[in-house]
Write a protein that binds this ligand. Structure first.
Ligand code: ZN
Length: 213
């Protein structure tokens, strides 16, 4: 069974992926495409040297290679694990079609979990974040003292400028809307992510325990 996790940037998807792994960790194999690419840096194979050549140029790894990487990953792991958590794949309609073929090839069923938070609270949350000037910790907008080092001087994060965030959200929505149609609609579940992180985790666990575990 493959669990595919989606959520806009800033929706808390990383936190929820960790919560899923903390709770069901031993049975769940986590696919993070970025981590897999990093692993290929030191590997001696044809696929690895192809990936290195793209990453070395700073170019995007083309979709057919991303698909090869996922296929390889499943080949290595599908006998060792019962459940998979996919985070960051598939990210396009083409990859979603390839995902369905891979799932079929390895006889895996799948479920899609989408953490839904309206844009407005995300923009508000991200634009108010700041970083500690002495230790670099990322803090919420209303923090007065850095909990890590006690410093009281902060700076606003450059990458959190409002238009940058709005643009990233638009890219996410365009990507999600185009690929979600590829999935069987009975396998797509929307989680309300606009509330306390523990409540979001609880709804995810409840759903997974009904549908997966
Ligand atoms: Zn600090």
């Amino acid at each position: 069974m493959i669990i595919v996790l989606y959520g806009a940037p800033g929706c808390g998807k990383g936190t929820q992926a960790s919560a899923i792994l903390n709770r069901y960790g031993r049975d769940v194999c986590h696919l993070s495409v970025g981590d897999v690419f990093r692993k290929f840096q030191n590997e001696d194979s044809e696929l690895a040297s192809k990936i290195r050549s793209y990453m070395g140029k700073g170019a995007l790894v083309p979709p057919e290679i991303v698909i090869d990487v996922v296929d390889n990953f499943m080949n290595d792991n599908h006998d060792k694990y019962k459940y998979f958590l996919f985070d960051g794949f598939p990210r396009s309609e083409e990859q979603a079609e390839a995902f369905l073929k891979i799932a079929k090839k390895f006889s895996e069923d799948y479920i899609v979990l989408t953490i839904d938070v309206p844009d407005e609270p995300i923009v508000k949350r991200l634009t108010s974040r700041k970083s500690c000037e002495s230790c670099g910790a990322i803090l919420g907008g209303d923090a007065k003292v850095c909990p890590k080092c006690g410093s009281t001087s902060f700076k606003k994060r450059d990458d959190d400028a409002k238009d940058v965030i709005e643009n990233r959200l638009k890219l996410y929505h365009d990507m999600y809307d185009s690929l979600v149609k590829v999935f069987n609609e009975n396998k797509v579940f929307i989680i309300d992510g606009n509330c306390d992180i523990n409540i979001v985790s609880d709804s995810i666990f409840k759903l997974l325990e009904t549908k997966v575990f």
